[in-house]
Design a protein around this ligand. Sequence first.
Ligand SMILES: [Mg+2]
Length: 378
Amino acid sequence: MSLSTAEQRLIPPIDRIDLVVVKLPFVHPFGTSVQTWTHKEALLVRLESGGVVAWGECVADPDPFYMYETTVTAGHIIRDFLLPLVEPGKTLAEMNLRFSHVRGHGMAKAAVENALLHLIALQEQVPLHELLGFPPRRIPSGISIGLKGTPEELLVAVEQAVAKKYHRVKMKIKKGKDVEWVRRVRDRFPNLPLMVDANGDYGLNDAEHLKQLDDFNLMMIEQPLSYSDIFEHSLLQKSLRTPLCLDESLLTYADAMAALALGACRIINIKQGRVGGLIESLRVAEYAAARGIGVWSGGMDETGIGRAVNIHLQAAPAFNLPGDTSETSNYFHEDIVDPPVTLDDEGFIAIPPGPGLGIRVIPEHLQRYTISGECIRS
Ligand SMILES: [Mg+2]
């Protein structure tokens, strides 16, 4: 546990703060049980300090279908409530304590925290994972395959993922596209580390139906029940052999404690933005991993900035299962950063070397995909 070092870092003087919204087309539309997205729209926090420029990506979507926060609400919370609490000379721990007066809005908080950690890492000339206290390691990859029109299309996507040597494959499911679709994939790939994610599409009265998934030796069923439920997941977990994994239901450390105490899941998906930042993510991850729970890093189809943050975070050994970090080319023909995320021939991802995130924002690409920009302070 090395959090204390990152948390005790002082907030540097900040010369300029901008909020920038980018919108990038996806290579393929990404479909879940709640929404299909054709573009990635992301709010970016840009900080400038002594000639150093740092970035934080807010993982909120433009709509409230995955989570209540949106790019617009995050901009409002960051501009009007969080930035006034960011005081140079205070520690990040003190800042997070101040942030706790703002209830919820973890994605907005994380974007500010991410940008500050990026800035401090750049100024100290260390990689982000080192600032967080972890030596580099090869990160196992995982892919999340969105809902497809036909099982054949799904099989093609799974085949491509297997050829790339992804360490595990997740397929989205929803009512009407579940048991038979999983059966088709399992028949074709009997030994593939495979899991499903329902994004809350089912109710407890679907328990008998969901029990059929026990036949397929899945690694886990992610978020089968409501985004706001923990208790009913504990009832469902008792009736299933397959481990449940919670995503949407866990917004805080306290949520994770409740879920584990109730036996609502055996695995948790940590999206660092969803729980309020990297420091909070590490706290949740270490708490869960120490109790024998599987922990992995989820994704929000981030641009290269947020994708790099997830990669650095996974240097922490508490992330003990492959996450949702996949190749950039799976999402974007053109990203706003260099270098793109790629897999080696064993399906691992190398942490980009160098200070900060180890990536470079490409000015021309940033300009091409920017749909709005606002200077908050200069
Ligand atoms: Mg999920």
